[in-house]
Design a protein around this ligand. Structure first.
Ligand SMILES: [Zn+2]
Ligand SMILES: [Zn+2]
Length: 334
C-alpha cells in the first residue's frame, strides 16, 4: 500500500477550457491497479472532449508504472500500457481475446472512466498490458491508438486480399495516417504511397519512407486505400481510387455520416469497405515487434514531450498544427 496520494488531474470544462484539480485518491478497487502516469499522448479525438467538456479525466493513450496493485497478475513496479475498452471478459469476443469487439462494453478509459491527463490513474485489470523491458515509454505509447489501430486495420484489410496487400495509399497524414505508413512499411508492404493536402504532413510521410502519391486522378489506381482523414473529399478520393476487388480501410473519424455515392460508377465498383475499431489483445505481441523495427523512427518524426501543467498550451499548439503528436510525461519517468 502507498500513502494517500494527492492526485493532480486535468478537467475539460468545454469550449476549449482546461482546469486542474487536486484531490486525495480513494481506496483502490479489487481487481484494479494504480498507475503513475509516465506518458499520456494527446489524440485528435480528445479535441471533441475539449469542445464538449467531460465528466471524467480525459487522456486515453497511457503508459504507466504500477504503484499499487489489487490484481494478482500485475505486480507493483511493472510498466504497462492502458488498453482502453473496459470489456466484460466473458462474452464470445472477450473469450477469444478480441476485447475490442466486446458485446457488453462498460465504456472506454479516458471517455467514461478517468484517464491519463493526471499524475496517477486507476485501471481495471482487463485494461492492463505489460510493456516489454526493451521498449521505452515514449515508443510503447505508440502501441495503442497509433500502431495498434493501424496494424489491426491493415490485418483486417489483408483478409479481403488473397495475395495480401501489395499496394497501399494512405489518405490523410495525421498521427494515425503516419502510423499506418510506419506499420505498412514495418509489415513489408512493397508499395506504400501517401497523400495529404498539407505539404508538411506529406513530408513527414516521406521521411518515414512512404512515396508521395503523384496520380490522384486515374480511377481504380490502388489495391487498398486507407482513408485516415474523415473529411468528405478524402472519402470521395478513396472511393475513386480503389481497384476492383480492392479495399477501402475506413479509419477516419468524423461527426459526419459516412456515405456511399449513388452513382452508376460506384454501384459498379466491386470492392470491400472495411471498418475497424482499435485492436484485439491477441495482436499485441506482434505489434511489439512492429514497434521494435519502426517505433523509434515514428517517435522521432512526430512526437513532442510536454508537462501536465502545460496541457492548455499543448492543446492549443496541437490544434494549431504545430505539434503532430504531443504527450505529457512525468518528471520521475524522464
Ligand atoms: Zn485516441
Ligand atoms: Zn465482452
Amino acid at each position: 500500500m502507498t500513502d494517500t496520494i494527492v492526485n493532480r488531474s486535468a478537467r475539460f470544462e468545454g469550449q476549449g477550457r482546461i482546469s486542474f484539480a487536486e484531490a486525495p485518491m480513494g481506496h483502490l478497487r479489487e481487481g484494479w491497479v494504480r498507475l503513475r502516469v509516465d506518458v499520456c499522448a494527446l489524440c485528435g479525438s480528445d479535441k471533441r472532449l475539449l469542445e464538449s467538456g467531460s465528466d471524467v479525466v480525459p487522456g486515453h493513450e497511457v503508459v504507466g508504472t504500477i504503484v499499487e496493485s489489487r490484481s494478482d497478475e500485475h505486480p507493483e513496479g511493472g510498466r504497462v500500457v492502458v488498453y482502453i475498452p473496459v470489456s466484460c471478459g466473458e462474452c464470445k469476443a472477450c473469450r477469444a481475446n478480441q476485447n475490442n469487439r466486446c458485446y457488453r462494453l462498460e465504456g472506454l478509459m479516458g471517455w467514461q472512466f478517468d484517464g491519463g491527463f493526471a499524475d496517477y490513474m486507476d485501471v481495471p485489470r482487463q485494461c492492463v498490458l505489460p510493456v516489454p523491458d526493451d521498449i521505452p515509454a515514449d515508443v510503447a505509447v505508440l502501441a495503442l491508438d497509433t500502431f495498434g489501430t493501424a496494424a489491426h486495420a491493415l490485418r483486417l484489410g489483408a483478409l479481403t486480399q488473397p495475395e495480401g496487400i501489395q499496394a497501399l495509399l494512405v489518405v490523410g497524414c495525421g498521427p494515425l495516417g503516419l502510423g499506418v505508413v510506419a506499420v505498412a512499411l514495418a509489415m513489408g508492404i512493397p508499395e506504400v504511397h501517401a497523400w495529404d493536402p498539407i505539404e508538411s504532413r506529406l513530408a513527414l510521410a516521406e521521411r518515414l519512407g512512404a512515396t508521395r502519391a503523384e496520380d490522384l486522378e486515374s480511377i481504380n489506381r490502388y489495391q487498398v486505400v486507407a482513408e485516415v482523414s474523415g473529411a468528405k473529399p478524402a472519402r470521395d478520393l478513396a472511393q475513386n481510387l480503389v481497384e476492383p476487388g480492392g479495399a477501402i480501410l475506413a479509419l477516419g473519424e468524423s461527426n459526419e455520416p459516412y456515405t456511399m455515392p449513388a452513382t452508376p460508377r460506384w454501384r459498379r465498383t466491386d470492392c470491400f469497405t472495411v471498418r475497424s475499431f482499435y485492436f484485439p489483445i491477441s495482436e499485441v505481441p506482434q505489434n511489439w515487434d512492429l514497434l521494435r523495427s519502426h517505433g523509434a523512427l515514428l517517435r522521432d518524426t512526430i512526437m513532442s514531450a510536454t508537462a501536465l501543467s502545460d496541457l492548455p498550451d499543448t492543446f492549443q499548439r496541437f490544434l494549431d498544427g504545430e505539434y503532430v503528436k504531443p504527450y505529457i510525461t512525468s518528471e520521475e519517468s524522464s
